[in-house]
Design a protein around this ligand. Structure first.
Ligand code: HEC
Length: 269
């Protein structure tokens, strides 16, 4: 009996420590353990910035993933926001709308390349509450069906070059690849991103990929996907947990976003 109790106590402690370890790596503040190729489907908690990301499903389904339905409905109803007054909820929603209004992602790439040619793709972001934002290079702008860019034949030739809001190159994400694995992945986390709602300044970042065009001539598409958070830009949307800032809605909330760049068409000759 005693032994079982001690065992379960140890189990509980284990759970607690595992919990705190995973907190330091939790999704809000960036999924820092997926140092690999990813697709936007992984961000199941995030709200979509447009229903156009989900054209393959009925409108009613797509609408369930919007900021209004996923996130703002929560702020009105969910337990995590219960201690905010109706006024504070409105203020929080207004602050988040500012963050979303200032978020943007663009992709620059040539419109035509030779088969097998090496070329650069530059992705620029603006906004996100920080402390990090994420960017991935994919083949289209479908939340549930886009693929890592290499799936359509564009080989990623080198680790992404990541430039923070200060314009300096950051190696931190590249160095997180384990044991000298190749760093040529389609996903990048940019550190040190912030938003200043009072002065309406929102940080910009840049990620550059070097790709090799497919061997088969044809018409291809690519897009960049932007993963960002919103709540931590506002004091009303921020709580301290184990000494770090967490979104008010918590880990499972819908304050994260999925936004796509315009789809870029590229002819391989
Ligand atoms: C369990 C729910 C959940 C899942 C699954 C999830 N996220 Fe998030 N993520 C969040 C929340 C909540 C935030 C928003 C934090 C905020 O509003 O400040 C967030 C924010 C982010 C941020 C910005 C960091 C920040 O703190 O603002 C990035 C980057 C991100 N997520 C990427 C991803 C990627 C990539 C995946 C898939 C591998 C993913 N997330 C899956 C909940 C999740």
């Amino acid at each position: 009996m005693k032994r079982t109790m001690r065992l379960s106590l140890m189990g509980l402690l284990g759970w607690f420590f595992a919990g705190s370890v995973s907190l330091t790596h939790a999704y809000p503040n960036g999924p820092l353990w997926y140092v690999t190729d990813i697709g936007p489907y992984c961000a199941g908690c995030h709200a979509s910035t447009s229903t156009k990301q989900i054209p393959e499903h009925p409108k009613e389904f797509a609408e369930q993933w919007t900021i209004e339905k996923k996130h703002f409905a929560d702020i009105q109803k969910a337990q995590a926001y219960q201690d905010l007054s109706p006024d504070q909820k409105d203020q929080l929603i207004a602050a988040i709308k500012e963050v979303d209004a200032h978020a943007a992602i663009t992709l620059d790439a040539p419109s035509s390349v030779k088969a097998g040619q090496q070329f650069a793709v530059t992705v620029t972001t603006q906004g996100g509450a920080g402390p990090v934002i994420g960017v991935a290079l994919v083949d289209n702008d479908l939340r549930f069906q886009s693929r890592p860019i290499a799936s359509t034949g564009f080989l990623i030739k080198a680790p992404p070059k990541i430039f923070g809001p200060d314009g300096k190159q950051q190696k931190k994400w590249n160095e997180m690849r384990y044991n000298k694995l190749d760093g040529n992945i389609n996903f990048a986390i940019v550190f040190g991103v912030g938003a200043d709602l009072k002065n309406k300044t929102f940080d910009s970042t840049k990620v550059q990929w070097t790709l090799r065009a497919p061997v088969d001539p044809g018409t291809y598409t690519m897009a960049a996907v932007f993963f960002y958070g919103t709540e931590k830009a506002s004091p009303l949307g921020t709580v301290e947990q184990l000494g770090r800032k967490m979104p008010k809605g918590g880990f499972l909330a819908h304050s994260g976003r999925i936004m796509f760049s315009k789809v870029h068409t590229i002819t391989v000759r």
